[in-house]
Design a protein around this ligand. Structure first.
Ligand code: FDA
Length: 305
């Protein structure tokens, strides 16, 4: 009941441009540091290094919201390249996650593609990997098209995400055999024309596409905080003799830390998604919307200031 009020409220707040812009000047506030690594590349590298010490690997994301100009898209591209260089310099075990709208997808497709070529080219040279996060349905086909073009040049340096709530997910997974995919339930509000609305249908399809990609021998990243799904994946892989090196689990920074460490102790790879940057506000509000119980982060953060 409470979440029915809080969820839309946090989603609404996440889109508020005035608050998003204001937050850039505040530094991390309202408990955001529980789920955001900091505002600088050094903050991110420090956090990743601490995770590595515990046996966790990572993927970093330089946060960015509302990119509407070429200049902003190029600035964001430069941050991604600098982040890849910092990963290489510090020697941490970490790759890069990004969103195509941050690189100008809504400004001009060609600009976005050229920005991606520079970033993935850098990752290739440094022996690293770039994951294209999947955004809302309106950007889905464009994302898959850009991935296909990039893979012609850099087949093993880039992958993307498939969302189980979309009806098209199984077909996309089948088209992307051999590609390193992150599989998720899906985070956006999509209509019934394109996406399952019922949680059980989403969970069933999620498990089904995970099995499909694993059975095809493809590397699979299972990104979920859902222990039921994680347990089912572990059992499935044991039954089918799928090696632990063919898949990894992923969770967001600051969520279910004990479970993350437990999974590492069991010998699985656990990759933590580590966001950083001054544009933390929208990301933080979306996490509160996803799981309003996390509002305790915000309350604790407010009380500690
Ligand atoms: P869900 O929210 O369905 O929860 C299932 C159950 O798990 C809960 O009922 C509860 O029992 C337990 N649980 C969940 N969270 C918990 C917590 N914090 N503490 C205790 N118990 C908890 N989406 C997208 O559209 N595009 C993308 O690119 C990505 N990328 C991405 C990367 C990574 C690393 C992650 C972890 C997630 C994403 N997502 C995403 C988000 C994803 O689509 C999804 O919205 C969220 O992960 C929430 O769904 P879950 O699968 O975690 O479980």
């Amino acid at each position: 009941m409470v979440s029915m009020v809080l969820k839309p409220m946090f989603l609404y707040l996440s889109k508020n441009k005035v608050l998003n812009r204001g937050a850039k000047r505040w530094g991390l506030k309202m408990g955001a540091k529980q789920v955001v690594a900091g505002v600088t590349i050094d903050d991110a590298m420090r956090t990743v290094s601490e995770l590595n010490e515990k046996g966790l690997v990572a993927t970093v994301d330089h946060l960015g919201e509302f990119i509407t100009s070429r200049e902003e898209a190029i600035e964001s591209t430069n941050y991604c390249i600098e982040t890849l260089k910092a990963i290489s310099k510090t020697g941490v075990t970490c790759n890069l996650s990004l969103k195509l709208t941050q690189l100008g997808l809504d400004v001009e497709r060609e600009l976005c593609y050229e920005n991606m070529r520079k970033i993935v080219g850098t990752a290739y040279e440094l022996g690293n990997f770039v994951r294209i996060d999947m955004e809302d349905y309106a950007h889905c086909q464009q994302t898959l098209d850009i991935l296909a073009d990039l893979r012609k040049e850099f087949p093993n340096s880039v992958g993307t995400v498939i969302q189980a709530y979309l009806y098209r997910a199984a077909e996309d997974v089948s088209d992307l055999q051999g590609v390193n995919l992150r599989l998720v339930k899906g985070a956006y509000k999509e209509p019934s024309e394109v996406a399952f609305q019922d949680k059980k249908d989403v969970d069933d399809n999620y498990l089904s596409i995970i099995k499909q990609h694993l059975r095809s021998g493809s590397y699979t990243a299972i990104a979920t905080h859902d222990h039921m799904i994680i347990d089912k994946v572990k059992s499935f892989c044991e039954e089918e003799g799928i090696a632990k090196s063919q898949f990894e689990f992923q969770m967001l920074y600051g969520f279910r830390k004990e479970l993350q460490e437990q999974i590492v102790k069991e010998g699985y790879t656990m990759r933590v998604y580590v966001p950083y940057g001054t544009d933390w506000y929208g990301y933080f509000m979306r996490r509160l919307a996803e799981r309003p119980q996390n509002v305790s982060f915000a309350i604790r953060g407010l009380l500690s200031k």
